[in-house]
Design a protein around this ligand. Sequence first.
Ligand SMILES: C[S@@+](CC[C@H](N)C(=O)[O-])C[C@H]1O[C@@H](n2cnc3c(N)ncnc32)[C@H](O)[C@@H]1O
Length: 301
Amino acid sequence: METLDSAEAWVQWGVGYFAQHDIYFGHGTNNALDEAAWLVLYALGLPADKALNDVPQPLSPEQRGAIRALFERRVQTRKPAAYLINEAWFCGLKFYVDERVLVPRSPIGELIVNGFAPWWPSEHPVNRVLDIGSGSGCIAIACSYAFPDAVVDAADISPDALAVSAKNIALHRLEGRVNAVESDLFSALEGRKYDIIVSNPPYVDAEDIASMPDEFRHEPQIGLVAGEDGLDFAIRILQDAPRYLTDDGILIVEVGNSEAALAERFPTVPFMWLEFEYGGHGVFLLTAAELVQYHEAFLAA
Ligand SMILES: C[S@@+](CC[C@H](N)C(=O)[O-])C[C@H]1O[C@@H](n2cnc3c(N)ncnc32)[C@H](O)[C@@H]1O
């Protein structure tokens, strides 16, 4: 195997190696081929979008050793590749990540690159956006690219996560346009009004937590765990959001597999469950008017 001398050959080798060790994909890639290619290019110091057949060959013994070592760390530690190389991609943007934040993967990215159209009309200006549970800052920062005139607040309760989002805000030179705010959901945001509130809060229920692959155990549990039915944070957001939305504002929240539990808990509420071209589920949208209309139902929960 040490004589494999092209990047493509190493990717193929990696696919077989990963299959033997039954690792889980879903933190930045969703298959062995993309994961192996990502690691090979990183080990060679090349951009993640470099075509494999353009990589000069034969690879040197040092290059082969670097690829092999990275593959072995992936299999032995079961750490998501993003943590091994401190890099993740979201909305076509590069982010620094480490084990203080979840690896970016929310389907909300697809909504952001479309400017939340058609739910937010493109001619309608966006002044303020709030991202609750901002982790690496990926959603807040992508929103800032989508709405260059808006001020974006990136709120998280975890000082560790806020340190990572501050690093990403600086890497993207968005200081002053994206603000990292330490806040327990809305607690530090009293009096502010947002056109768009977006959140990928913790939403994993007790049953899913117990059965997660090892890769998830490297992620901060504060970013995942959300009580017996996964709704602890979503319900608090539904209760408080109307106070923080402009009259024609919208709320978008990801609850993943807890979609069924939420719909069952509030059978009268017309959650709009959004559809995704590139995969993902369990993301709903409600307007400020709907949140006001169903406020009593949310408070009664
Ligand atoms: C599922 S992660 C999402 C991270 C990031 N937005 C993303 O999409 O990759 C949830 C985040 O919510 C944060 N969080 C947990 N409890 C919170 C709370 N009470 N208030 C604010 N943020 C909270 C966690 O620290 C974590 O960063």
